[in-house]
Design a binder for this molecule. Structure first.
Ligand code: DC
Length: 239
């Protein structure tokens, strides 16, 4: 599925591409393939909320105090750089210069990241960075509010969805494949909790933009979803 040469020498494809959807809907996998195919930057915005959550837990032991965590989000320097290690990571995430990539997906960060990402001040701080990066163009940006809030004028907006049970099944297999001992019921309940928090928050909730193209991935393989996305590129081509 990877391609070996730039597929867009004439700049005919959409430049700023937004991919949103719930946890474990396949956004990151598809966005990575697409960015690789187009030779665009792949930017997973979730890592920024995870970095603030991790740093809050480390510094204060909890992230319940909205004012303190908002101040933290405004103060810390989060960098996303090309991968420096060959351990499966797609990029390095640095917080004030320290590589925290491996700590961003722990159960504890998973547990609290929806709370932190619901704080309006945290979202405002993260959105400013994300918009600045999007302005450079040639980017595939992944998140929950990219098409609705971060780049409402994106050139192509895609929203991936699948049932909670199917997403839990995928995440469970991923975890087991990575050698982590988890139970399916735990994964299901954690995803259900995050879905509820991400969709019901007041500020920038998870939902498709009015002009997003929704792809139901329930019965599709990654290759099939990617094929659909490539067709969308051609449909929105500027030539
Ligand atoms: O995609 P992820 O699981 O790494 O996202 C982590 C959390 O961050 C998730 O609870 C939703 C939130 N998030 C968000 O609110 N807005 C984004 N643009 C990206 C992630």
């Amino acid at each position: 599925m990877n391609c070996c040469q730039p597929t867009d020498p004439d700049n005919k494809y959409p430049s700023r591409i937004a991919i949103d959807g719930p946890a474990a809907s396949g956004k990151s996998t598809i966005a990575e393939l697409l960015a690789d195919y187009l030779k665009y930057l792949y930017f997973d915005t979730g890592v920024m909320y995870r970095a603030v959550t991790l740093e809050g837990l480390r510094r204060f032991g909890s992230v319940e105090n909205e004012e303190i965590i908002t101040q933290l989000a405004e103060d810390i320097l989060i960098d996303v750089l090309p991968p420096s290690k060959n351990d499966g990571r797609k990029f390095d995430v640095l917080v004030n210069g320290e590589d925290v990539t491996q700590e961003l997906r722990t159960a504890r960060v998973n547990q609290f990241v929806s709370l932190v990402s619901a704080y309006p001040g945290v979202r405002t701080a993260m959105t400013v960075h994300q918009r600045n990066i999007s302005k450079r163009g040639k980017v595939v940006m992944v998140g929950r509010d990219i098409g609705t809030v971060v780049i409402p004028d994106a050139d192509l907006k895609i929203y991936l969805e699948a049932s909670l049970e199917e997403r839990a099944r995928r995440r469970y297999q991923e975890e087991i494949g990575a050698g982590r001992a988890v139970r399916y019921e735990e994964v299901l309940s954690s995803l259900r909790g995050r879905d509820e928090k991400d969709s019901s928050r007041l500020y920038a909730p998870l939902k498709p933009a009015d002009d997003a193209i929704i792809i139901d991935t329930e019965h599709l393989s990654i290759a099939e979803v990617f094929e659909k996305v490539k067709n969308l590129l051609n449909l929105s081509s500027r030539i």
